[in-house]
Design a protein around this ligand. Structure first.
Ligand SMILES: *Cc1c(COP(=O)(O)O)cnc(C)c1O
Length: 252
């Protein structure tokens, strides 16, 4: 061994964390238990995307999420067969991967909507997508206060099928921050607006790990833990979910 420090990845701990999260949401919400999107972006938070994703799939995960099409390609090359949601902004000049690799895009701008629609028409395919609503993160998404103007064209697209509707909390890990509640309310209103425009998404989702731990009102149909899968509870929150660390560093 040349380097005296190694990172050890415990895939059993990863699978056990995944099952703990599934059990936790099932126990807390037996009547409308949310599904779990296993977040494996950024090389599975540095844990090795291919092996982590395959282990999660073996543990029962049927929906994974990554940041971009390139990460999706890595997952497919590793043999992942589960549905893969791409969170990030799409490079509108290169959308072939969505079709060749069977990835589910997030549409977060009208420009991206037009590009995916055009690509899907070229492939003669109807592609399912998740629509991202910006409720206050100010990073990606259709502005929640403008949907009546921006959505009708998108919902009318022949080749696009709205499967999911989601938002991302900017401050879920800051307990007293008022933005969390503002975003929660704006997302609830956006859900109503989309329904009023005729959109019928199968999934609504909003929770990263911190939001999952702090407020079951925003669990909706799916939750999106990243950190918790790897055994990390975002500080300063506490967790009653039994979790084990997945990565251990050791050094001589
Ligand atoms: C990274 C990410 C998550 C997971 O966040 P954690 O804090 O690691 O649980 C969830 N949703 C989106 C959109 C993300 O980008």
């Amino acid at each position: 061994m040349i380097r005296p420090t190694t990172a050890h990845i415990d895939l059993d701990a990863l699978q056990s964390n995944y099952r703990s999260i599934v059990d936790f949401v099932g126990r807390e919400r037996p009547d409308h238990t949310p599904g779990v999107i296993a977040v494996v972006k950024a090389n599975a938070y540095g844990h090795g995307a291919g092996q982590v994703a395959c282990a999660l799939e073996e543990a029962g995960a049927n929906l994974l999420a990554c940041a971009d099409i390139e990460e999706g390609a890595v997952l497919r090359a590793a043999g992942v067969r589960a549905q893969i949601l791409v969170f990030g902004a799409l490079s509108v000049s290169d959308l072939d991967g969505l079709f060749d690799l069977d990835l589910t895009p997030t549409i977060s701008t009208p420009g991206a909507a037009a590009a995916v629609q055009a690509a899907a028409a070229r492939y003669k395919r109807r592609i399912r997508y998740h629509l991202k609503i910006d409720t206050g993160m100010n990073r990606l998404g259709f502005r929640s206060d403008n949907l009546k103007r921006t959505l009708p064209g998108l919902l009318a697209s022949q080749n696009l099928e709205l499967e999911g509707l989601y938002t991302h909390f900017a401050t879920a890990d800051v307990p007293e921050h008022p933005l969390f509640d503002e975003q929660r309310v704006r997302f609830a209103r956006a859900i109503d607006d989309v329904a009023a425009l005729g959109g019928k998404p199968r999934y609504r989702h909003a929770c990263n790990s911190a939001a999952l731990l702090r407020d079951s009102r925003v669990w909706y149909d799916l939750v999106r833990p990243g950190l918790l899968l790897y055994g990390i509870v975002p500080p300063p929150l506490a967790s009653t979910v039994p979790l084990a660390p997945v990565m251990t560093l050791s050094s001589r």
